[in-house]
Design a protein around this ligand. Structure first.
Ligand SMILES: N[C@@H](CCC(=O)N[C@@H](CS)C(=O)NCC(=O)O)C(=O)O
Length: 216
């Protein structure tokens, strides 16, 4: 069955799927759209009018974590545990990353010092949880790389892209998180999931919002 992934170039949720597809060496095509000018075929196909969607033949899958679950079934070796409860736990840890992606945008788009500080405090709260999990295992769920780790990949590609604009180390006080970030960023599937000029595109997008952190 042919796979066509519909993408927007810097979407973090798309990046999760691309990284997993690349890692699992599953062949697919990719179609980029402009979210500010959504084509009619996309609006008809995507129930929430969001990317990513994955055409599997004529069938449309949506929601990045659901797409991840599906593409994992296409690989000869699953990135999920066999046990159903453990599988659910893996998915729960993957879901947790979505909260962090949302908070990331709040921190780096906050326009006032107060909203910046509040969002940063929220982000650090999430980081505390991750640090705790990462003290128990090498990756976010276990000592082996699993599907949940791909859900976290965009968090690290985003932070990495913004590093040149930051005057502070976001991972200070979170040594395991910093190590984990490096191991995820070094995966070939993650490296190849970034579009050309990814860092520059992210920086431009963030600068356009005139955020508080750039005035510091
Ligand atoms: N929960 C969704 C979130 C997807 C999402 O928010 N995608 C954004 C782009 S990064 C989108 O398509 N937004 C629609 C819009 O901007 O109109 C998933 O995990 O796939």
């Amino acid at each position: 069955m042919s796979l066509t992934l519909v993408s927007f170039n810097i979407c973090p949720y798309v990046l999760r799927v691309v990284a997993a597809l690349n890692h699992l060496k599953i062949p697919y095509e990719i179609k980029y759209i402009d979210l500010e000018n959504k084509p009619d075929w996309f609006v008809k196909a995507s129930p929430l009018e969001k990317v990513p969607i994955l055409f599997v033949g004529e069938t449309v899958l949506f929601e990045s974590l659901v797409i991840l679950d599906y593409v994992n079934t296409l690989a000869p070796q699953s990135l999920l545990p066999n046990d159903n409860l453990q599988k659910a736990l893996n998915r729960a840890r993957a879901e947790f990353s979505g909260e962090i992606i949302g908070t990331f945008w709040s921190v780096f788009s906050a326009k006032t010092e107060e909203s910046f500080k509040n969002s940063l405090a929220d982000l650090k709260w999430y980081f505390e949880k991750l640090e705790g999990w990462l003290q128990q295992s090498k990756f976010i769920y276990s000592n082996e790389l699993t599907l949940a780790d791909f859900a976290y990949a965009p968090i690290f590609t985003l932070f990495d892209a913004l590093k040149p604009l930051l005057k502070f180390n976001l991972y200070e006080g979170f040594p395991r998180l910093q190590e984990y970030s490096q191991s995820i960023l070094s995966l070939p599937g993650v490296q190849s999931s970034k579009v050309e000029n990814y860092d520059q595109l992210i920086q431009e997008r963030i600068k356009k919002g005139d955020p508080f952190f750039l005035t510091q």
